[in-house]
Design a binder for this molecule. Structure first.
Ligand SMILES: NC(=O)c1ccc[n+]([C@@H]2O[C@H](COP(=O)([O-])OP(=O)(O)OC[C@H]3O[C@@H](n4cnc5c(N)ncnc54)[C@H](OP(=O)(O)O)[C@@H]3O)[C@@H](O)[C@H]2O)c1
Length: 126
């Protein structure tokens, strides 16, 4: 199982490398899933949305934005462990429509929209 992110669906400022790595991970998982399915090996990219983990607490994420879908780590881990054979990609925490929305063709509109949402989520740098 590889741990992915909604951040892997659009580029984001100050997280260019992180988002790109997560995009790589998802496509890598899809390839491995194809290569290994004839060997009865499950491959799953578990895509997370915002999840209340120690790292995110440390980063100072604003979890209190009205309407923000925040996953709890235990729930997300349990969901992933329940779906090893549902690869190549499982979007956890009720974020499937958010992932689908980020896959559109108008990249400027989508990237700017995601950037605006991220700006509300992350504290501004000093
Ligand atoms: N939290 C979110 O909102 C969110 C959203 C999307 C995707 N994700 C993804 O979820 C995964 C976990 O993130 P997280 O938020 O849970 O972060 P986290 O709270 O910092 O947890 C990261 C975990 O990885 C371990 N770790 C870090 N560096 C390591 C290394 N070099 N070797 C072995 N273990 C190492 C840490 O171990 P120690 O505790 O021992 O340091 C910790 O258990 C990441 O792949 C992240 O990209 C998280």
């Amino acid at each position: 199982m590889l741990v992915g992110s909604l951040a892997g669906y659009t580029g984001s400022a100050r997280q260019s490398v992180y988002g790109a790595v997560k995009a790589f991970s998802r496509v890598f998982a899809e390839g491995l899933w194809l290569e290994l399915r004839d060997h009865d090996v499950d491959v799953l990219e578990l895509v997370l949305g915002v999840t209340r983990t120690p790292a995110m607490e440390r980063a100072g994420l604003n979890f209190d934005i009205p309407g923000l879908n925040v996953g709890e780590p235990d729930d997300i881990a349990r969901e992933g462990l329940a779906h090893p054979a549902d690869g190549p990609v499982w979007v956890a925490g009720g974020n499937a429509s958010a992932a689908a929305k980020r896959n559109g063709a108008d990249r400027a509109k989508l990237v700017l929209g995601a950037h605006e949402a991220m700006s509300r989520l992350l504290p501004t740098s000093p």
